[in-house]
Design a protein around this ligand. Structure first.
Ligand code: WT7
Length: 634
């Protein structure tokens, strides 16, 4: 089969071809798909004044490739297995035929409600099959989906809805998450108070919670569905038409709407899915991510469906009803390929092996991780106890902006090495740059990870603000895409990701900007200023440490414990539970230079508990501040 890497030699040849003849290489991969019209040009690009086009002029609909194309050969094959939060609730499965019909029906619902090509549709939903159906239905009619993780607060949702000027919001009454039932619709109601673009809200019944339906705006999903038939002619899109927006945090306060387009994203998510996981036709594949993140977009929905795979979707959490849930599901569906986050592995590790030993796990063949560096201990536990020493682990490095996996072993082909993402995929040209922007050649070196040549699924723009996209990714190093990660290339030429070099922290595989959290903390009326840093956290990878200065006139010393709690609650409300600080320290000042810049390096050291080694503090305006912070450190 075109594109298929079966051994190291295939990889070497594919890699070499992808570098020497990128256009021919990717054109060949793109031949696997159904195009209504072939592209005019495979690639044109400019990293200085950023602009990239892949397969421009090509006409297609990505859902014809995810669904229609499979109907003849795989119509009765299971496309989606859905496992509910509560193991006692019946599961649901959809064959390719059934999924096709559901997507067509919901595409008609959207069209009946006035949604047309190019409109933005915000989706704020739990992990239920209707979420996947909604995403694909948007793609079917050429509307741009913007999925917002259902753990975000009303104010986060609101700013995303407004930034995208969404026409319609899709949501549910509520969501189940472990033992908790969450109300989603009231959050949507609050979020929409200040939005003028949203005309309609479609509400799925999930928890049967009593909710408010706003006359003239809110509609029940099931009622709309009852009016729709299951034939829908897919809308033709250009290869470079936007497929979706996905918001992600950066070093500045405001999340960015990362825009991905259609043709290149399709080719790359398919290609990377097949090869990294070494997917076989009858495999059951399970990625535990939420569709609210890029991992879910690329490797629950698009990549697997493009490959005609059976993709499992799980509504719940790893620890409900107990810490054996993941493994029980693996046995139940005989999962062959399992893809999760290091934070989940570390959390389950802490519950002990008794939750693993109850299960057989014999069906597993390939294991994957994503989202953050995996520590050696977690890697070995995963390898020994889940993979029973026989499953290769693919440590996949990539980003929301890259659309697909960039550096990773090919399962069972690339010799793995714990904590290493190993080698770039075909088409990916990583380089390490020094602080002057010079490429660091050779082996056994470290630098800032950049990519020097375009790949098909790369970010095209940040929604509504192309300048910001250029500024963020293409200005630090002229002519390169800058990832924000530090990286090592070892003696074998293997890459190991060292973590972010900017003011971004990675908490349980979720990316958060420190500025964003500081802005949230500063909303508290008694807070004068704050500084947030990450520190090593055993389960989450990084924890959030907040240094906060309070207004002395407003706060009594006896109130400090309450203030800390309120600060945490303020962040919860402004962003969501994922951004809640783990530690809050009230301080009388922050270590600032004479020019007013906060020396975060010092704050990071104190948060890590490494206070003997703070380096040069002589440029500080008031070095005594450091002593007082050290004394109060947690
Ligand atoms: C950042 C991107 C795309 C997957 C979900 C996260 C970190 C991602 C790895 C890995 C070490 C990793 C990087 C990256 N990261 N995968 N295998 N090893 N670090 O997507 O929210 O866009 O975050 O996650 O720091 O820049 P994201």
């Amino acid at each position: 089969m075109i594109g298929r890497i079966r051994n190291l030699e295939d990889y070497t040849v594919a890699y070499r071809t992808s570098v020497n003849e990128p256009e021919a290489f990717w054109a060949q991969q793109a031949e696997s798909f159904y195009w209504r019209k072939k592209w005019d040009k495979v690639l044109d690009w400019d990293f200085e004044d950023y602009n990239v086009n892949w397969f421009k002029g090509g006409k297609l609909n990505i859902t014809e490739n995810c669904l229609d194309r499979h109907l003849l050969e795989r119509g009765d094959k299971t496309a989606i297995i859905w496992e509910p939060n509560d193991p006692k609730e019946p599961n649901r499965t959809f064959t390719y035929k059934e999924l096709h019909s559901e997507v067509c029906k919901f595409a008609n619902v959207l069209q009946n409600n006035g949604v047309v090509k190019g409109d933005r549709v915000c989706i704020y939903m739990p992990m239920v099959p209707e979420l996947t159906i909604a995403v694909l239905a948007c793609a079917r009619i050429g509307a741009i989906h913007s999925v917002i993780f259902a753990g975000f607060s009303a104010s986060s949702l609101s700013s995303r809805v407004q930034d995208a000027e969404a026409k319609i919001v899709l949501t549910s009454d509520g969501a189940y998450r472990g033992a908790k039932t969450l109300d989603l619709k009231p959050i949507v109601d609050e979020a929409l108070e200040f939005s003028d673009s949203v005309e309609k809200v479609l509400v799925l019944q999930r928890t049967q919670a009593e909710i408010n339906m706003q006359e003239g705006r809110d509609l029940w999903w099931h009622e709309e569905l009852a009016k729709a038939d299951d034939q829908n002619a897919a809308v033709e899109t250009d290869s470079e038409d936007p497929l979706f927006i996905l918001y992600t945090s950066g070093s500045t306060g405001k999340p960015k709407g990362v825009v991905h387009t259609t043709g290149g994203y399709m080719v790359y998510t398919w290609y990377s899915f097949l090869n990294v996981f070494q997917y076989e036709e009858n495999d059951v594949y399970w990625c535990t991510a939420d569709i609210g993140w890029i991992t879910g977009h690329s490797y629950i929905v698009y990549g697997p469906l493009l490959a005609g795979a059976t993709s499992l979707m799980f509504e719940g959490v790893p620890t409900y009803p107990d810490a054996g849930r993941f493994w029980r599901i693996c046995d139940k569906y005989q999962v062959n390929i399992f893809y999760t986050a290091p934070t989940a592995i570390r959390a389950l590790m802490a519950y002990g092996l008794e939750h693993v030993e109850l299960y057989d796990l014999k069906s597993l063949r390939v294991l994957g991780t994503v989202g953050e560096p995996i520590n050696s201990e977690a890697w070995h536990w995963y390898h020994d106890h889940i993979g029973k020493n026989k499953c290769p682990i693919v440590d996949t490095w990539w980003q929301t902006e890259t659309g697909g996996i960039m550096i990773s072993p090919m399962a069972g082909i690339t010799p793995t090495k714990p904590t290493y993402a190993t080698l770039p995929l075909p088409g990916i040209q990583p380089v390490l740059l020094d602080s002057e922007g010079k490429e660091i050649e050779g082996k056994g070196v470290e630098g800032n990870l950049c990519i020097k040549f375009p790949w098909p699924s790369m970010i095209r723009t940040t929604y509504g603000d192309h300048e910001r996209c250029k500024q963020t990714y293409f200005s630090t190093y002229k002519g390169y895409y800058f990832t924000g990660d530090g990286c090592k290339r070892d003696e074998d030429g293997y890459y190991r990701i060292l973590g972010r070099v900017d003011d971004v922290i990675n908490v349980s595989g979720h990316r958060l900007g420190t500025a964003e959290i500081e802005n949230a903390i500063n909303l508290h009326s008694a807070v004068v200023e704050s500084a947030v840093v990450g520190y090593p956290h055993e389960i989450k990878g990084q924890g959030i440490y907040a240094y906060v200065i309070c207004d002395g006139d407003m706060v009594e010393a006896s109130d400090l414990e309450d203030i800390k709690k309120e600060v945490i609650a303020t962040v919860n409300k402004a962003i969501g539970p994922i951004a809640k600080p783990d530690k809050v320290q009230i301080v009388r000042g922050l270590p600032k230079t004479r020019s007013g810049k906060i020396m975060r390096r010092i704050l990071r050291k104190i948060a890590e508990g490494d206070t003997n080694n703070l380096g040069d503090t002589s440029t500080l305006l008031d070095p005594s501040i450091v002593e007082s912070i050290k004394e109060g450190a947690q």
